[in-house]
Design a protein around this ligand. Structure first.
Ligand code: CAO
Length: 415
């Protein structure tokens, strides 16, 4: 079976996490992704957080599946010529260097357009145009400047960053959408274009509901689904909401059986209005179903703390999986807090290809997260990440270089 992006060639000039996430997705959809790395060194993550001496780290392998690797010194004049040949042959150049690095290399937008007017140039940067556009940015910086950190955590504690890599992987995902959209537009215009995904913008996009709440707060001074209501105070900006789910369906994280020794023996419980009567019955508080102080969502809002304490008395008598099974029978929305160990061992995630075991010639078998987006006509086969420069000769031959030319370039340090 063919793949959705068969025939699309990507010049992958990405490193670390945000850019590689994007190009890995494109590779899983069938694009030929040629990762250009610095000769002799490669993507810095190859050696970061290593768990096996001299093997590419999990950091690298888990972000660079299904790609080919070529090493080129793009500051070497002859290396630049090789990169030019690649630009002429590829459809998309994806990069996430520090601002200005591509220009300093001599590959401005104008120069790339001269070489290939159909080329789409896609970039991740920390910030869009403005006072911070020249700044280097990593994941947690993006979470802080995109509104995630100020709205995450508890009211009486400092801002908190989340383990989900919304700055890096989140922005890579945004960039991938920009690229396929630009490819689609190109089929009609015949022209390439620039695609920019700024990490601050990507995080803010994922924090959209918090900007909604900022405006609600300014209008009403209070947000009744936040834990600050009715006993706490609201300031000028959206506060940290702890584990509240917001919206019209309040939720909280509750202890389950075993919480004293298992840090993940918890369940997320949502008191969804349509199933309120069922919740009352399950936890043995049948009277709440008709009591005017509990029967409606608005009556419940000022009592949420006590309501969740009562529900927790019930969840503490069950393991998180027992609670999930019982609550699901009644369509009560909930979710066990799964540890990474439990996720890694989850059979259903393996069956769907969301968790995949991959074999690597140096490190052996390891687990990775497969393609989270499933296309019925374009199945994903996850193949291992390339060794540094593994495909240099192969790609150079495809560009028309002879064996002798390749050797000469290697001797010159260009590749
Ligand atoms: N041959 C020769 N030189 C190469 C090369 C190659 N194949 N590939 C890269 N280089 C050079 C670049 O030209 C650049 O040189 P100059 O500084 O002289 O222009 C240099 O390598 C380093 O690039 P960098 O500044 O991007 O790398 P860094 O480690 O200092 O910064 C990062 C890393 C991530 C902070 C920065 O790239 C950045 O802000 N990127 C945009 C935002 C982003 O993607 N952040 C997420 C990172 S994931 O957490």
């Amino acid at each position: 079976m063919g793949k959705a992006l068969d025939g699309v060639r990507i010049l992958d000039f990405t490193h670390v996490q945000s850019g590689p996430t994007c190009t890995q997705l494109l590779a899983w959809f069938g694009a030929d992704v040629i990762k250009v790395e610095r000769a002799g060194a490669g993507d810095i993550t190859r050696e970061q957080l290593r768990d096996i001496p001299d093997a590419d780290s999990l950091y690298f392998t888990m972000l660079n599946h299904n790609k080919r690797s070529v090493t080129i010194d793009t500051k070497n004049p002859e290396g630049k010529l090789v990169l030019e040949a690649l630009i002429q042959k590829c459809d998309v150049l994806v990069e996430n260097f520090a601002p200005g690095a591509l220009d300093r290399m001599g590959f401005t937008w104008e120069r790339i357009q001269e070489l290939n007017p159909k080329m789409i140039v896609a970039s991740v940067k920390g910030f869009g145009p403005g006072p911070y556009e020249d700044c280097k940015v990593y994941e947690n910086v993006a979470q802080c400047v995109g509104g995630a950190a100020s709205t995450t955590g508890f009211d009486d504690g400092p801002p908190v960053v989340t383990g989900a890599q919304i700055g890096d992987s989140g922005t890579g995902l945004h960039l991938a959408l920009g690229i396929v959209t630009a490819l689609y537009q190109r089929t009609m215009t015949g022209r390439g274009q620039k695609v920019l995904a700024a990490m601050q913008d990507g995080v803010l996009n994922l924090c959209r509901v918090k900007l909604r709440d900022q405006q609600r707060l300014e209008r009403t001074g209070v947000m009744k689904e936040y834990p600050q209501y009715p006993n706490g105070t609201f300031g000028e900006a959206v506060p940290r909401a702890g584990n509240a789910s917001g919206g019209g369906q309040p939720g909280w994280i509750l202890k389950c059986k075993g919480w004293e020794h298992d840090p993940n023996a918890y369940i997320y419980f949502i008191t969804q209005a349509p199933v309120w009567v069922k919740i009352c019955n399950v936890i043995g508080k049948e009277a709440w179903a008709t009591d005017p102080e509990y029967a409606t969502p608005s009556a419940r809002l000022p009592r949420l703390k006590d309501i969740f304490a009562e529900i927790e008395r019930w969840t503490m008598t069950k393991t998180k999986f027992e609670a999930m099974e019982i609550l699901n029978k009644y369509d009560i929305p909930c979710g066990p807090i799964l540890s990474m160990k439990e996720i890694a061992e989850d059979d259903s995630l393996r069956k769907t290809g969301t968790i995949v075991e991959v074999d690597h010639p140096v490190r052996g078998k390891y687990l990775t997260v497969g393609n989270p987006i499933k296309l019925s006509d374009s199945p994903t086969d996850v193949t291992r990440s390339p060794l540094l420069g593994e495909h240099t000769d192969e790609v150079m031959a495809e560009l028309g270089y002879s064996r002798e030319q390749i050797e000469a370039l290697r001797t010159a340090g260009a590749i």
